[in-house]
Design a protein around this ligand. Sequence first.
Ligand SMILES: Nc1ncnc2c1ncn2[C@@H]1O[C@H](COP(=O)(O)OP(=O)(O)O)[C@@H](O)[C@H]1O
Ligand SMILES: [Mg+2]
Length: 232
Amino acid sequence: MALEVRGLTAGYGPVTVLRGVDFRAEAGQITCLMGRNGVGKSSFLKALMGLLPATAGTIALDGTPLHGLPAHEIPRHGLAYVPQGRRLFGPLTVAENLAVGGLVHGNDTATLAQVLTLFPRLRERLDQTAGTLSGGEQQMLAIARALCLRPRVLLLDEPTEGLQPSMIALIQEAILSLKAGGVAVVLVEQRVDAVLKLADRVAFMVAGQVAETMPVKGLTVDAEVFRTYVGV
Ligand SMILES: Nc1ncnc2c1ncn2[C@@H]1O[C@H](COP(=O)(O)OP(=O)(O)O)[C@@H](O)[C@H]1O
Ligand SMILES: [Mg+2]
């Protein structure tokens, strides 16, 4: 199973931001997307979800074309998305937020139980309103809500940005479990140590294109590519 993107071009009104992105993500792998601010990482994930209309190029999941589908149909095909920053329904409880996430699959209890096993902290807080959770717990809830859709592909946009190290570690463990469960994870991540720890492959974006993709095995913190594409 693979998500295969070729020549994806998209933008905001007259401004083209993605200029022919080629990208591939495989089941059971974590594919990281790195690049400086403003190169189009978040826009790329939005375009995969149909939230930013593509003007050229193709998106296919296991050969099934997804480009051109309305955004509301994309989750049914197995793509789930956790946007940068958290988009929870603050006044709703944890349980209610998860119920919203599970709508596509009719809120089956087995899926919910599986998701809560991944994030035990949420199980203890099912009746708490989402707005009163800590930053890390809110991010867990955002991921958990996406997982209620039982996605084949999970798109995560900087999920540990601004979180405490202990929370980062919990979220990273959850991401590794998803990989072990065969999900194709696409992770926008800016920290080199996290990429080295989690990723199977890393795609470097420059000015709306993927400039280079490579296996992470063999890369080290001081690898030249990180200086070139991320500037660390
Ligand atoms: N809603 C928007 N309307 C217009 N331009 C946008 C919008 N969101 C992002 N952009 C522009 O698209 C470019 C890429 O942004 P983004 O995809 O957020 O980059 P990254 O996630 O790599 O930092 C930037 O020039 C940004 O200003
Ligand atoms: Mg971004």
